[in-house]
Ligand binder design. Structure first.
Ligand SMILES: NC(=O)c1ccc[n+]([C@@H]2O[C@H](COP(=O)([O-])OP(=O)(O)OC[C@H]3O[C@@H](n4cnc5c(N)ncnc54)[C@H](O)[C@@H]3O)[C@@H](O)[C@H]2O)c1
Length: 435
């Protein structure tokens, strides 16, 4: 099998983000800093990760970005929507993720990124006060206004292609219902101003129907519904969700597969976090937290499957808490107490204390998703991109399939997909043919 046909990564790639907050400004400022030689894109697998090609004794381990043709960082043009009207410089200063040495020298570049007015409704994110929002007689009019924004952005910035990543706040929990299960019903509901359609769904509809590949960085129900996957198929668009896998959940999907791999049992996993940024304010609302909680809980349920391993994982207690604590700002602290058991049921404990920086971990994930979704589009991949599960807390799976949460299985699938695209042998790790 040869290399897949693909369009070249030529020209500018517009990266559109609903939400100009801590994650998106850390991403934008980070890229500008890397381009002027001030820091490395640490955490970005596309920029710093390698991929083995061929056998172990061949010594071929190119960087991912040298193996697959990706847009270069200097070809990226950023755009965003937000409710506050502040430019990227103001948001970066206020968010205080980056020090002045990474913000002041690029002040003009950041000031030039001014968000477009948002589609927003306080019903969905209660703890924020909007100042710059679009109005419309119904949801469908808002879709059209977003589509105008998208078209104008592409034209004015001279972009060859666009991708989008939701970096907006976590909306309140919404169960999937009939209007989400069918595209025709969803389109009717847009016209009827149905209250079960959230702003993030309106962005998703507008972007996908304009042919823009889209990733969902938050746990909102937006891309993960049949109406949206039907829309993606109809327009030949790649989509991926949801909820960036960064701090505590990343640790969970590193540790839990290890316990399972060695048949170590689990009695309980208690996770708590303190967080003081705007994401923390939003998650202080129990309805928004519920959305996050569902996303965070699903990880262990899937990796430590009660049905497959009743003696090891049939009866463990899993609890996740997030508390808003302003003094911490973006520097989240997480504690995990893991009650495990071994041979003959003897109990043991693992304690993890992770002092992390939320947006420092999320920015490279958002960057990789933008670059890889653009690659997916250029090779003609359509619909849910399971190979990007690697980056998500609640990976979206194809209909009838369970999502894969194990980071190491996700990594194998991710890298083998890149090998498949480039027409080189997939790596099975069988190792029987060395002599
Ligand atoms: N940082 C992480 O490690 C991480 C991990 C997983 C998921 N996330 C999610 O990523 C998202 C962004 O995180 P953040 O720390 O940048 O939060 P943030 O609060 O700093 O930024 C979110 C921005 O979205 C804006 N917003 C809200 N609703 C909007 C709408 N309808 N249209 C346009 N803008 C809207 C807000 O005004 C805010 O500026 C959150 O949903 C968060 O839960 C973050």
């Amino acid at each position: 099998m040869g290399k897949m046909e693909m369009k070249p990564a030529a020209g500018k790639l517009g990266v559109l983000m609903p939400g100009l907050g801590a994650v998106s400004t850390t991403l934008i400022a980070g890229v500008f800093n890397v381009l002027r030689g001030e820091g490395e894109p640490v955490g970005s697998v596309t920029q710093m990760g390698t991929i083995r090609v061929g056998k172990r004794n061949e010594g071929r381990n190119p960087l991912v970005k040298d193996f697959v043709p990706l847009a270069g960082l200097s070809d990226l043009v950023f755009g965003a929507w937000d409710i506050h009207g502040e430019n990227a410089y103001q948001v970066a200063k206020r968010s205080a993720v980056l020090e002045d040495r990474h913000v002041e020298p690029i002040r003009e570049q950041l000031e030039a990124i001014v968000p477009m007015d948002a589609v927003f409704d306080r019903k969905w994110v209660k703890n924020l006060e909007p100042v710059a929002v679009k109005s419309g007689a119904n949801h469908y009019e808002l879709v059209v206004k977003l589509q105008d924004d998208i078209e104008r952005f592409k034209r004015e910035k001279g972009c060859d292609r666009l991708v989008a990543v939701w970096c907006g706040s976590t909306e309140i929990h919404q169960e999937m219902c009939d209007i989400h299960t069918d595209l025709a019903k969803f389109e009717q509901a847009l016209r009827d101003n149905d209250e079960r359609i959230s702003p993030s769904m309106i962005y998703a509809y507008a972007l996908i129907s304009m042919g823009v590949p889209y990733a969902n960085g938050a746990p909102n129900l937006a891309l993960d519904m049949p109406a949206m996957t039907q829309l993606a198929k109809k327009h030949g668009v790649a989509i991926a969700g949801k909820d960036f896998k960064t701090g505590q959940t990343l640790m969970k999907t590193i540790l839990a597969p290890g316990l399972r791999a060695r048949s170590i049992g689990l009695n309980g996993w208690y996770s708590t976090n303190i967080l003081g940024n705007r994401d923390g304010v939003v998650l202080d609302d129990p309805d928004s937290f519920k959305t996050k909680e569902v996303s965070k809980l699903s990880v262990l349920e899937s990796i430590l499957d009660k049905g497959l391993y009743p003696e090891l994982y049939g009866d463990y207690h899993h609890k996740v808490r997030i508390d808003y604590y302003p003094p911490r700002g973006d520097n989240k602290e997480g504690w995990d107490n893991i009650d495990i058991f071994g041979w003959l049921g003897y109990p043991m404990e693992i304690k993890v204390n992770f002092l992390c920086r939320d947006s420092i971990l999320a920015a490279p994930v958002a960057l990789d998703l933008a670059l890889l979704l653009d690659l997916a589009a250029r090779v003609g991949f359509v619909g849910v991109q399971e190979w990007l599960s690697f980056y998500f807390k609640s990976p979206q799976a194809l209909p009838g399939l369970y999502p894969e949460h194990d980071l190491f299985v996700q990594k194998t699938k991710f890298k083998n997909t890149l090998r498949h695209i480039m027409g080189v042998d997939l790596i099975t790790h069988l190792g029987q043919d060395y002599d």
